[in-house]
Design a protein around this ligand. Structure first.
Ligand SMILES: Nc1ncnc2c1ncn2[C@@H]1O[C@H](COP(=O)(O)OP(=O)(O)OP(=O)(O)O)[C@@H](O)[C@H]1O
Ligand SMILES: [Mg+2]
Length: 362
């Protein structure tokens, strides 16, 4: 085995506590070169590491030094977010690389709050992110993004541009009609409206589009999972038994349509006191872990029930905007990092750039 092969084997075995899997695979390793007295290692990840990169580099170097006793290494780390394949029998959305559907079996578990904070967390890592509020009857994104007075613009009266707030591109029926109006729509009208939001929004070059699905696991959600080129899903749940049973249904629904579930996020898992910071497991600890184990889906993280999370979204400044360095923001960022990292391991989509062939008569 040559020295670079040996180093490659070492790199492939590197375990990192921030991930539940080995972060370096064959695709990540770009080159291993021996340059004079140093080994130059180039790594390219399929997701942005953001502010975690410096620590990651440092930890990897320390580990390499201990593994390769007398050789010193230099690292060059970059990333490129690619489009991943989706099982739906529809065309990929042109300006969107990856669509992540966020679902919950039960309403009110904090799906929209989690969606918007994770979108902002992904952005803070260095990705271009959009949010589609697919809840036609109860849109929440305009308020949560502090953009309820904004309206999408259109250049041709056929398509609309998303509303940008806090750097996130967003689309919601709430930007187009008054809440009372959407509330009385019958099924077909609502699904027609949603279809239009999906087809007619001109997203601007997104790495990730987060879709905040309406609560439940009925026909609407199932149809959406088939009509939208969803790359992967995330399930939000609370620790009560009933919510866990519903989350299980959501996972089963995605399994039916072959959309991979990247993981479960347990929301309101424990209560964090806003005066003293004390944490209490009101509904019992470990529910999310149990669920994750039972259905073979990873628990990406647990978020506390915390007054500031509600106050922040209600005021249009989600926790990530209000204070991106707070303890709660770093919890969202860690979940976002895991989510993006897991997604990068999915099968990549084949989007061939065919050459333009011109035939000229001479
Ligand atoms: N971790 C949390 N701590 C405190 N409050 C929270 C937390 N998560 C969500 N909330 C609050 O709980 C309420 C419901 O949250 P949210 O609207 O995000 O839930 P949802 O699952 O999207 O609901 P729906 O089923 O109506 O779409 C909101 O008032 C929100 O501010
Ligand atoms: Mg919601």
């Amino acid at each position: 085995m040559t020295n670079s092969e040996l180093i490659k084997q070492k790199l492939l075995g590197f375990e990192y506590p921030a991930f539940s899997f080995k972060p370096i695979n064959d695709k990540v390793i770009q080159s291993i070169e021996e340059v004079t007295d140093k080994i130059k290692i180039k790594l390219k990840f399929g997701f942005p590491l953001g502010s975690y990169q410096a620590q990651f580099e440092q930890d990897l170097l320390v580990w390499l030094n201990s593994e390769l006793a007398d050789q010193s290494c230099v690292l060059e780390i970059s990333h490129k977010i690619t489009a991943h394949s989706h099982p739906a029998k529809v065309k990929a959305m042109p300006q969107v690389k990856n669509i992540i559907a966020v679902a919950s079996g039960k309403g009110g578990v904090g799906k929209s709050t989690t969606s918007v904070n994770l979108a902002l967390a992904l952005q803070s890592l260095g990705a271009k992110v959009g949010v589609l509020d697919a809840d036609i009857y109860g849109p929440s994104m305009p308020i949560m993004l502090g953009a309820e007075d904004k309206h999408p613009e259109s250049s041709d009266k056929k398509s609309i541009f998303p509303v940008t707030a806090h750097g996130i591109q967003s689309m919601s029926i709430g930007y187009l009609v008054k809440p009372e109006q959407a509330m009385v729509w019958r099924g077909p009208m609502a699904s027609g409206a949603l279809q239009q939001l999906i087809n007619d929004t001109q997203w601007d070059d997104l790495d990730y589009l987060i879709i905040d699905l309406p609560p439940g696991t009925g026909d609407i959600q199932l149809t959406m999972a088939q009509k939208i080129p969803v790359t992967a899903a995330l399930v939000v749940t609370t620790p009560q038994d009933i919510a866990l049973a519903d989350a299980r249904k959501a996972v089963t629904m995605f399994n039916k349509v072959s959309v991979p579930v990247l993981g479960v996020v347990e929301n309101m898992a424990m209560h964090t006191c806003s005066s003293c910071g004390h944490e209490e497991h009101i509904f019992g600890a470990g529910g999310g872990e149990k669920l994750a184990e039972e259905i073979g889906v990873e628990l990406l993280g647990s978020l506390p029930l915390m007054l500031s999370i509600r106050e922040d979204v209600d005021s249009g400044k989600p926790s990530l905007v209000n204070d991106s360095e707070s303890k709660i923001s770093s919890k969202y960022k860690r979940i976002a990092l895991k989510l993006a990292a897991k997604l990068s391991l999915q099968e990549e989509e084949f989007r061939a750039d065919f050459p333009t062939i011109t035939i000229e008569n001479s």
